[in-house]
Write a protein that binds this ligand. Structure first.
Ligand code: SAM
Length: 227
């Protein structure tokens, strides 16, 4: 395996963030640990492909694959909220693709914030909210992201969807607990509305990928706000 070359690195209040190139592959380091690379992006693209278009909120810029796919599919506007400020600077500088393309697209607004805080006074609505900020509730890169997968915040994201809008959450492995939490969020919301139809259920989309000869089942969790 070729040695990595550091393209950019910075220390942030939330740890080290870096972009590295290893051969033809770009790697993203977040909080000092490997977060993703450009070699296998099927699940990042699947996340975008599962979203209805229109106005879309993306939590976590990463290497920009999800946001770029939304733009390619014809999204009207994409809000991207990213915790690591230097990553936004590198995107604006066009350091690597597709980050540069995302930052340069007039349909994109980049926000430097923790999405768990940022959402509090943003009413939306969005046609889709896509969360890919961490590995999932059981294997966190940032401990403080545990709240992103809690019912309180997930309910807040669902409330900010337009009718028929969809919340999608990326996980590096299946998470029955997250599915249960999303079901509970939808049930609580339906229960508080008299005369509503059958209780909507969340669903799971498995995205099998192969990395270095091994199979991984990445998972997307989907909750739709009823019309
Ligand atoms: C795995 S990457 C996202 C990958 C992205 N879907 C793509 O296609 O390249 C996760 C990103 O979320 C950011 N992040 C982590 N916690 C966050 C938070 N609480 N709010 C916003 N962004 C966060 C990380 O800095 C990182 O850039």
């Amino acid at each position: 395996m070729p040695l990595p070359v550091t393209l950019a690195r910075a220390d942030t209040p939330h740890g080290e963030v870096a972009l590295r190139r290893r051969g033809g592959v770009v790697e993203l380091i977040v909080n000092g640990v490997f977060a993703m690379d450009s070699a296998e992006t099927a699940s990042e693209l699947a996340l975008a492909d599962a979203a209805p278009l229109g106005r879309v909120l993306v939590g976590g810029l990463g290497l920009g694959y999800t946001a770029a796919r939304l733009l390619d599919r014809g999204a009207r506007h994409v809000d991207v909220v990213e915790l690591a400020g230097p990553l936004l600077d590198w995107a604006r500088a066009g350091l690597v693709e597709p980050l540069g393309r995302v930052a340069a697209d007039p349909r994109v607004t980049l926000h430097h914030a923790d999405i768990a805080d940022w959402i509090a006074d943003r009413p939306g609505p969005w046609d889709a909210v896509l969360l890919d900020v961490d590995n999932g509730p059981s294997f966190l890169i940032h401990d403080h992201n545990a709240r992103v997968y809690d019912a309180t915040l997930l309910a807040a994201f669902v409330e900010r969807l337009a009718p028929g809008g969809v919340l999608l959450v990326w996980c590096e492995a299946r998470s029955p607990a997250l599915l249960t939490t999303l079901d509970a969020v939808l049930a609580a919301r339906a229960g508080s509305r008299s005369g509503a139809g059958p209780t909507p259920r969340a669903s799971e989309i498995i995205v099998p990928v192969r990395r270095e000869g091994r199979r991984f089942d990445y998972a997307l969790y989907r909750a739709e706000r009823p019309q």
